[in-house]
Design a protein around this ligand. Structure first.
Ligand code: NAD
Length: 462
């Protein structure tokens, strides 16, 4: 039997593609070596947000007095927090399974690889790829590679086989909180975990090689977060590189500690001591099992794709983190939709609007943005504290927040929006819509926002 589509990887990209192909009446083969849902559902977005939500509940409770609420002897049970995380994951994974429950979809549990004997297909006529998994072989007409990415471990002496060292997966699985943590890499993963541990009372140090944390975001917004976090005694070392790690001998009653030897850009040596060291310095594409596709093109370890997610090989597509484009779950799912649309030769073929991809960092306050940053283009910059929103003032005691909107000087189109303040993650999609559709200020002003909501800031800022 030849399947219309073979998908390697059942993460967000893989299951989205499978669902779209099934909907179009095509038979699909989906290989997954771990659990359906991939990184996002099992060891990424969802578990992190679930733990962060518990942490926020606790943090808000201990600071409830600013809203006139006295909550005494507030405590948390980390075992229960972890159990709830597991329950949430199970529920969502079951949802994915239900979505793919179709006689058109065959799910194979195991590690798939392309067979070395696969003849190199020449044209689009009679193409087939042969995938092997658990000793069986399967023929597919189209191949979609959605193998995702893995935490990158930098070659720092003392990092390998060090019981103090965690990656994000180990941190999510840990049954107990560490007594202190050093986070290497102040990017998205690093700052979200910094938030989690800080809110649950763990002393946190963030070590970032660049001059700023979250270096890819609007720096005015990032400065607000940094100021708040430093005031709350999160230690943030920027322009600082880790040179090596030395484990300290564990005390008989407690966990071992680790000394992190760092050097600043000015040559100063700093030592940080922590019970655990979380390494969050980026992720790398998973390309194992594809060796038989000898002519598949890569760029810096990620699969090269065109605007329609097609690789340089006939009928071979890739979507998600493995393409190394933007490692976000919502990008992966859109890439999967585009890839299947291209396979199905849907007219008109759609591209991904990379200029309008929203991104959120789940710190507290949240950061949400879409579109260009100021350094990319000379724009009109409109800025307003979030306190211009009545709802924001009502619900965010002591916070100021910021909303910035970047407008093209000539066309007056909305080019970018950058925000800090809760719950901006929930309405950044409205800004994405404006950027995606190329709305001008005049057009955007005609949109009616519900009152009182924090989203009104998007109109106030103009
Ligand atoms: P990242 O690229 O966001 O951040 C890595 C950080 O580590 C950078 O700031 C970099 O300068 C720093 N760094 C690199 N080497 C270093 C070193 N030796 N010492 C100190 N600092 C060093 O990567 P990440 O945080 O690991 O996240 C991986 C991917 O997952 C990203 O693409 C991210 O967008 C995605 N992600 C997204 C979300 C979300 O959307 N909320 C959440 C988590 C992860």
């Amino acid at each position: 039997m030849k399947y219309f589509l073979g998908i390697i990887g059942g993460g967000v990209a893989g299951y989205t593609a499978a669902a779209k192909a099934i909907e179009a009446g095509k038979n699909v083969l989906l290989f997954e070596q771990n659990t359906l849902g991939g990184t996002c559902l099992n060891v990424g977005c969802i578990p992190t947000k679930t733990l962060l939500y518990s942490a926020k509940q606790y943090y808000n409770a201990i600071h409830a007095d600013k809203y006139g609420v006295n909550a005494e002897q507030v405590s948390f049970d980390y075992t229960k927090i972890q159990q709830r995380k597991t329950k949430v994951i199970r529920k969502l994974v079951a949802g994915v399974k239900a979505k793919l429950n179709s006689e058109l979809c065959t799910i194979v549990s195991g590690s798939a690889s392309l067979t070395p004997c696969t003849p190199s297909p020449k044209g689009e006529g009679d193409i087939k790829y042969v995938i092997s998994c658990n000793g069986e072989t399967y023929e597919v007409e189209n191949l979609l590679i959605c193998t995702g990415s893995t935490n990158f471990v930098p070659p720092i002496p003392g990092i390998q086989d060090n019981p103090c060292v965690w990656d994000s997966t180990l941190a999510l699985e840990a049954k107990e909180l560490p007594s202190s943590i050093a986070i290497v890499g102040g990017g998205v993963i690093g700052m979200e975990f910094a938030t989690l541990y800080h809110e649950l009372g763990v002393p946190v140090t963030v070590i970032e090689a660049m001059p700023t944390i979250l270096p890819n975001l609007d720096q005015e917004v990032v400065a607000i977060l940094r100021e708040k976090y430093e005031k709350a005694s999160i230690r943030i070392l920027t322009n600082t590189k880790v040179k090596s790690l030395t484990p300290l001998t564990p005390s008989p009653e407690g966990e071992g500690e680790c000394v992190i030897h760092c050097a600043t850009a000015d040559g100063e040596n700093i030592e940080v001591q922590a019970a655990k060291v979380l390494i969050s310095v980026g992720r790398r594409a998973n390309i194992q099992g594809l060796e038989a596709l000898t002519e598949l093109e890569y760029n810096r370890g990620a699969i090269v794709v065109d605007d329609f997610m097609k690789t340089n090989l006939p009928n071979v597509y890739a979507a998600g983190d493995v393409t190394g484009k933007i490692m976000l779950a919502h990008v992966a799912s859109r890439q999967a939709e585009v890839a299947v649309g291209r396979m199905l030769k849907q007219i008109p073929l759609q591209r991904i609007a990379y200029n309008a991809i929203p991104s959120v960092v789940y710190t507290n306050p949240e950061i949400a943005s879409v579109g260009i940053t100021e350094d990319v283009m000379d724009c009109e910059v409109h800025r307003l504290p979030m306190t211009y929103s009545g709802r924001f003032v009502a619900e965010n005691e002591g916070e100021t927040g910021l909303c910035k909107m970047l407008i093209d000087k000539k066309s007056k189109a909305v080019m970018g929006v950058h925000m800090i303040g809760n719950p901006c993650s929930e309405f950044v999609a409205a800004a994405s819509f404006a950027v995606r559709m190329g709305y001008t200020v005049a057009e955007f002003q005609q949109v009616v926002f519900p009152h009182p909501t924090v989203s009104e800031i998007l109109k106030e800022v103009l």
